[in-house]
Ligand binder design. Sequence first.
Ligand SMILES: NC(=O)c1ccc[n+]([C@@H]2O[C@H](COP(=O)([O-])OP(=O)(O)OC[C@H]3O[C@@H](n4cnc5c(N)ncnc54)[C@H](OP(=O)(O)O)[C@@H]3O)[C@@H](O)[C@H]2O)c1
Length: 240
Amino acid sequence: MYNFSNKKIIVTGITGGIAHASVKLLASLGAEIIVTARTAKKLELGLSGIEGNVSGEILDLTDSNAIKNFFDKVGSFDHLVTPAASSSFSLIKELDLDASRKLLETKQWGQLLCVHYALPHLKSTGSITLFSGTVTQKPLLGATMFASAGAATEAAGRIWAHELAPIRVNTVVPGVIETRIWGDLLGEEQADAQLNSIANTLPVKRIGTAEEVAKAVAFLIDNGFVNGISLVIDGGHRLI
Ligand SMILES: NC(=O)c1ccc[n+]([C@@H]2O[C@H](COP(=O)([O-])OP(=O)(O)OC[C@H]3O[C@@H](n4cnc5c(N)ncnc54)[C@H](OP(=O)(O)O)[C@@H]3O)[C@@H](O)[C@H]2O)c1
Protein backbone atom coordinates (compact mmCIF):
# COMPACT_ATOMS: atom_id res chain seq x y z
CA MET A 1 0.00 0.00 0.00
CA TYR A 2 1.11 3.57 -0.58
CA ASN A 3 2.75 5.61 2.15
CA PHE A 4 2.34 9.37 1.90
CA SER A 5 3.92 10.25 5.26
CA ASN A 6 5.84 13.54 5.01
CA LYS A 7 3.93 14.50 1.85
CA LYS A 8 1.86 17.67 1.78
CA ILE A 9 -1.03 17.43 -0.68
CA ILE A 10 -3.50 20.12 -1.75
CA VAL A 11 -6.97 18.96 -2.84
CA THR A 12 -9.56 21.49 -4.09
CA GLY A 13 -13.26 21.31 -3.14
CA ILE A 14 -13.70 19.12 -0.06
CA THR A 15 -17.52 19.11 -0.38
CA GLY A 16 -17.26 17.30 -3.72
CA GLY A 17 -17.77 13.52 -3.73
CA ILE A 18 -14.49 12.63 -5.45
CA ALA A 19 -12.47 15.19 -3.46
CA HIS A 20 -13.92 13.95 -0.18
CA ALA A 21 -13.17 10.30 -0.94
CA SER A 22 -9.67 11.20 -2.17
CA VAL A 23 -8.85 13.22 0.95
CA LYS A 24 -10.12 10.41 3.17
CA LEU A 25 -7.89 7.90 1.39
CA LEU A 26 -4.79 10.11 1.15
CA ALA A 27 -5.08 11.12 4.81
CA SER A 28 -5.39 7.46 5.83
CA LEU A 29 -2.13 6.86 3.94
CA GLY A 30 -0.30 9.39 6.08
CA ALA A 31 -0.40 12.57 3.99
CA GLU A 32 -0.81 16.05 5.37
CA ILE A 33 -3.68 17.52 3.37
CA ILE A 34 -4.88 21.05 2.79
CA VAL A 35 -8.34 21.25 1.31
CA THR A 36 -10.50 24.11 0.09
CA ALA A 37 -14.19 24.99 0.29
CA ARG A 38 -16.20 28.01 -0.77
CA THR A 39 -17.45 28.91 2.72
CA ALA A 40 -16.48 28.20 6.34
CA LYS A 41 -19.69 26.23 6.81
CA LYS A 42 -18.98 24.05 3.77
CA LEU A 43 -15.43 23.53 5.00
CA GLU A 44 -16.70 22.32 8.36
CA LEU A 45 -19.25 20.02 6.71
CA GLY A 46 -16.70 18.69 4.23
CA LEU A 47 -14.12 17.93 6.90
CA SER A 48 -16.55 16.00 9.07
CA GLY A 49 -15.88 12.28 9.05
CA ILE A 50 -12.30 12.70 7.86
CA GLU A 51 -9.53 11.61 10.19
CA GLY A 52 -5.86 12.51 9.95
CA ASN A 53 -3.78 15.60 9.32
CA VAL A 54 -6.30 17.59 7.27
CA SER A 55 -6.90 21.33 7.41
CA GLY A 56 -8.71 23.74 5.14
CA GLU A 57 -8.89 27.19 3.64
CA ILE A 58 -11.75 29.13 2.05
CA LEU A 59 -11.35 29.42 -1.72
CA ASP A 60 -13.62 30.22 -4.62
CA LEU A 61 -12.07 29.20 -7.93
CA THR A 62 -13.65 32.14 -9.73
CA ASP A 63 -11.45 34.52 -7.72
CA SER A 64 -7.95 34.49 -9.24
CA ASN A 65 -6.43 36.74 -6.53
CA ALA A 66 -7.75 34.37 -3.89
CA ILE A 67 -6.15 31.41 -5.70
CA LYS A 68 -2.78 33.18 -5.73
CA ASN A 69 -3.10 34.16 -2.06
CA PHE A 70 -4.10 30.62 -1.11
CA PHE A 71 -1.00 29.05 -2.66
CA ASP A 72 1.28 31.80 -1.31
CA LYS A 73 -0.12 31.17 2.17
CA VAL A 74 0.30 27.36 1.99
CA GLY A 75 3.86 27.62 0.71
CA SER A 76 5.95 24.60 -0.25
CA PHE A 77 4.02 21.38 -0.94
CA ASP A 78 4.33 18.05 -2.77
CA HIS A 79 1.21 17.23 -4.80
CA LEU A 80 -1.72 19.13 -6.28
CA VAL A 81 -5.12 17.50 -6.96
CA THR A 82 -7.84 19.67 -8.56
CA PRO A 83 -11.29 18.03 -8.67
CA ALA A 84 -13.36 21.13 -7.72
CA ALA A 85 -15.52 22.45 -10.54
CA SER A 86 -19.06 23.62 -11.09
CA SER A 87 -21.36 21.73 -13.43
CA SER A 88 -23.76 22.55 -16.22
CA PHE A 89 -25.78 20.37 -18.53
CA SER A 90 -27.70 21.72 -21.52
CA LEU A 91 -28.14 21.18 -25.22
CA ILE A 92 -26.30 23.73 -27.36
CA LYS A 93 -29.70 25.04 -28.61
CA GLU A 94 -30.76 25.82 -25.05
CA LEU A 95 -27.38 26.73 -23.59
CA ASP A 96 -27.49 28.15 -20.07
CA LEU A 97 -24.92 30.90 -20.65
CA ASP A 98 -24.18 31.75 -17.04
CA ALA A 99 -23.76 28.15 -15.90
CA SER A 100 -21.72 27.32 -19.00
CA ARG A 101 -19.35 30.21 -18.43
CA LYS A 102 -19.01 29.24 -14.77
CA LEU A 103 -18.12 25.69 -15.73
CA LEU A 104 -15.33 26.92 -17.99
CA GLU A 105 -14.27 29.39 -15.33
CA THR A 106 -13.92 26.67 -12.69
CA LYS A 107 -13.17 23.43 -14.52
CA GLN A 108 -10.82 24.78 -17.21
CA TRP A 109 -9.60 28.20 -16.10
CA GLY A 110 -9.82 27.33 -12.39
CA GLN A 111 -7.63 24.23 -12.74
CA LEU A 112 -5.22 26.21 -14.95
CA LEU A 113 -4.96 29.03 -12.40
CA CYS A 114 -4.37 26.54 -9.59
CA VAL A 115 -1.46 25.07 -11.57
CA HIS A 116 -0.11 28.52 -12.45
CA TYR A 117 -0.16 29.86 -8.90
CA ALA A 118 0.93 26.54 -7.35
CA LEU A 119 4.12 26.33 -9.40
CA PRO A 120 6.36 28.60 -7.29
CA HIS A 121 5.57 26.35 -4.31
CA LEU A 122 5.29 22.87 -5.85
CA LYS A 123 8.33 20.66 -5.23
CA SER A 124 10.15 19.38 -8.32
CA THR A 125 9.64 15.83 -7.02
CA GLY A 126 5.88 16.41 -6.97
CA SER A 127 2.88 15.89 -9.22
CA ILE A 128 -0.31 17.49 -10.48
CA THR A 129 -3.53 15.50 -10.87
CA LEU A 130 -6.13 17.24 -13.03
CA PHE A 131 -9.75 16.27 -13.75
CA SER A 132 -11.57 15.78 -17.05
CA GLY A 133 -14.41 13.31 -17.83
CA THR A 134 -15.18 10.55 -20.37
CA VAL A 135 -17.49 12.90 -22.28
CA THR A 136 -14.27 14.06 -23.97
CA GLN A 137 -14.21 10.65 -25.67
CA LYS A 138 -17.83 9.53 -25.66
CA PRO A 139 -20.35 12.10 -26.85
CA LEU A 140 -23.19 12.64 -24.39
CA LEU A 141 -26.06 14.97 -25.29
CA GLY A 142 -25.99 18.09 -23.13
CA ALA A 143 -22.37 17.66 -22.03
CA THR A 144 -20.85 20.30 -24.33
CA MET A 145 -19.30 22.32 -21.54
CA PHE A 146 -17.97 19.33 -19.57
CA ALA A 147 -16.43 17.98 -22.77
CA SER A 148 -14.95 21.33 -23.79
CA ALA A 149 -13.40 22.08 -20.42
CA GLY A 150 -12.26 18.47 -19.97
CA ALA A 151 -10.64 18.17 -23.41
CA ALA A 152 -8.83 21.48 -22.90
CA THR A 153 -7.57 20.31 -19.52
CA GLU A 154 -6.35 16.93 -20.83
CA ALA A 155 -4.51 18.65 -23.70
CA ALA A 156 -2.98 21.23 -21.38
CA GLY A 157 -1.97 18.49 -18.94
CA ARG A 158 0.09 16.76 -21.63
CA ILE A 159 1.84 20.05 -22.46
CA TRP A 160 2.53 20.74 -18.79
CA ALA A 161 4.01 17.26 -18.36
CA HIS A 162 6.66 18.50 -20.83
CA GLU A 163 6.94 22.11 -19.67
CA LEU A 164 7.09 21.39 -15.96
CA ALA A 165 9.34 18.33 -15.96
CA PRO A 166 10.38 16.73 -13.67
CA ILE A 167 7.03 17.55 -12.05
CA ARG A 168 4.58 14.92 -13.34
CA VAL A 169 1.16 15.94 -14.67
CA ASN A 170 -1.71 13.49 -15.22
CA THR A 171 -5.45 13.76 -15.72
CA VAL A 172 -8.14 11.60 -14.14
CA VAL A 173 -10.99 10.92 -16.56
CA PRO A 174 -14.03 9.71 -14.61
CA GLY A 175 -17.02 8.11 -16.26
CA VAL A 176 -20.34 8.09 -14.44
CA ILE A 177 -19.53 8.25 -10.74
CA GLU A 178 -22.08 8.43 -7.96
CA THR A 179 -21.66 11.86 -6.37
CA ARG A 180 -24.00 14.79 -5.78
CA ILE A 181 -23.10 16.13 -9.23
CA TRP A 182 -25.97 14.19 -10.78
CA GLY A 183 -28.60 15.30 -8.26
CA ASP A 184 -27.40 18.91 -8.61
CA LEU A 185 -27.72 18.70 -12.39
CA LEU A 186 -30.92 16.70 -12.83
CA GLY A 187 -32.72 16.67 -9.47
CA GLU A 188 -32.59 13.64 -7.18
CA GLU A 189 -35.40 11.63 -8.78
CA GLN A 190 -34.28 12.06 -12.36
CA ALA A 191 -30.67 11.48 -11.33
CA ASP A 192 -31.54 8.10 -9.76
CA ALA A 193 -33.43 7.02 -12.88
CA GLN A 194 -30.65 8.20 -15.17
CA LEU A 195 -27.90 6.50 -13.15
CA ASN A 196 -29.85 3.22 -13.01
CA SER A 197 -30.42 3.22 -16.72
CA ILE A 198 -26.75 4.01 -17.47
CA ALA A 199 -25.63 1.30 -15.02
CA ASN A 200 -27.55 -1.35 -16.97
CA THR A 201 -25.80 -0.43 -20.21
CA LEU A 202 -22.25 -0.52 -18.80
CA PRO A 203 -20.06 -3.61 -19.22
CA VAL A 204 -19.61 -3.72 -15.42
CA LYS A 205 -23.40 -3.25 -14.88
CA ARG A 206 -22.99 -0.53 -12.30
CA ILE A 207 -21.83 3.03 -12.04
CA GLY A 208 -18.59 3.95 -10.29
CA THR A 209 -17.90 5.12 -6.77
CA ALA A 210 -15.92 8.11 -5.59
CA GLU A 211 -13.70 5.70 -3.67
CA GLU A 212 -12.69 4.01 -6.94
CA VAL A 213 -11.65 7.37 -8.37
CA ALA A 214 -9.80 8.15 -5.13
CA LYS A 215 -7.70 5.01 -5.63
CA ALA A 216 -6.74 6.29 -9.09
CA VAL A 217 -5.69 9.61 -7.56
CA ALA A 218 -3.47 7.80 -5.04
CA PHE A 219 -1.95 5.72 -7.85
CA LEU A 220 -1.13 8.81 -9.94
CA ILE A 221 0.45 10.58 -6.98
CA ASP A 222 2.48 7.54 -6.00
CA ASN A 223 3.80 6.18 -9.30
CA GLY A 224 6.80 8.25 -10.32
CA PHE A 225 6.93 6.77 -13.83
CA VAL A 226 3.35 7.67 -14.82
CA ASN A 227 3.37 11.02 -16.58
CA GLY A 228 1.27 12.90 -19.13
CA ILE A 229 -1.58 10.39 -19.18
CA SER A 230 -5.36 10.60 -19.08
CA LEU A 231 -6.46 7.78 -16.79
CA VAL A 232 -10.00 6.65 -17.63
CA ILE A 233 -12.10 5.19 -14.81
CA ASP A 234 -15.47 4.47 -16.40
CA GLY A 235 -16.33 0.76 -16.11
CA GLY A 236 -15.94 0.52 -19.89
CA HIS A 237 -18.52 3.24 -20.66
CA ARG A 238 -16.57 4.61 -23.61
CA LEU A 239 -16.64 1.16 -25.27
CA ILE A 240 -20.41 0.91 -25.71
N1 LIG B 1 -19.18 12.46 -10.75
C1 LIG B 1 -19.12 12.18 -12.04
O1 LIG B 1 -19.89 11.37 -12.57
C2 LIG B 1 -18.06 12.84 -12.89
C3 LIG B 1 -17.95 12.43 -14.23
C4 LIG B 1 -16.98 13.02 -15.03
C5 LIG B 1 -16.16 14.00 -14.53
N2 LIG B 1 -16.30 14.39 -13.23
C6 LIG B 1 -15.40 15.45 -12.76
O2 LIG B 1 -14.72 15.05 -11.59
C7 LIG B 1 -14.51 16.19 -10.74
C8 LIG B 1 -15.12 15.93 -9.37
O3 LIG B 1 -16.48 15.55 -9.56
P1 LIG B 1 -17.50 15.31 -8.35
O4 LIG B 1 -18.57 14.44 -8.89
O5 LIG B 1 -16.78 14.94 -7.11
O6 LIG B 1 -18.07 16.79 -8.17
P2 LIG B 1 -19.13 17.36 -7.12
O7 LIG B 1 -19.47 16.31 -6.10
O8 LIG B 1 -20.22 17.99 -7.91
O9 LIG B 1 -18.29 18.49 -6.37
C9 LIG B 1 -17.92 19.65 -7.02
C10 LIG B 1 -17.02 20.43 -6.08
O10 LIG B 1 -16.58 21.60 -6.75
C11 LIG B 1 -16.81 22.71 -5.89
N3 LIG B 1 -17.00 23.96 -6.61
C12 LIG B 1 -17.97 24.27 -7.48
N4 LIG B 1 -17.82 25.55 -7.90
C13 LIG B 1 -16.73 26.04 -7.25
C14 LIG B 1 -16.07 27.29 -7.23
N5 LIG B 1 -16.49 28.33 -7.96
N6 LIG B 1 -14.99 27.44 -6.43
C15 LIG B 1 -14.55 26.42 -5.66
N7 LIG B 1 -15.14 25.20 -5.62
C16 LIG B 1 -16.21 25.02 -6.42
C17 LIG B 1 -18.06 22.32 -5.10
O11 LIG B 1 -18.18 23.15 -3.96
P3 LIG B 1 -19.63 23.63 -3.36
O12 LIG B 1 -20.01 22.58 -2.36
O13 LIG B 1 -19.34 24.94 -2.78
O14 LIG B 1 -20.60 23.70 -4.51
C18 LIG B 1 -17.72 20.87 -4.80
O15 LIG B 1 -16.82 20.80 -3.73
C19 LIG B 1 -15.15 17.37 -11.46
O16 LIG B 1 -14.16 18.02 -12.23
C20 LIG B 1 -16.16 16.71 -12.38
O17 LIG B 1 -16.47 17.50 -13.52
C21 LIG B 1 -17.23 13.84 -12.41
